[in-house]
Design a protein around this ligand. Sequence first.
Ligand code: SF4
Length: 57
Amino acid sequence: MHFNDKSGSPINRVNCEVNTCKFYSQGNQCTAQSIHIQPKNANNSDETDCGTFQMKA
Ligand code: SF4
């Protein structure tokens, strides 16, 4: 399975509201196999983002 494929099961303890992402599932769940958050040396939450995000087809 590719890194960016859906795992079929949500990542526990991740609550994501980005409902335009292909990994988003009802109930603010993320179904990616894993998520990559970036960048290094961020100073606050506004500077961080989910690098695994992919727009829903
Ligand atoms: S991949 Fe990132 S943006 Fe997409 S549902 Fe998961 S946590 Fe949210």
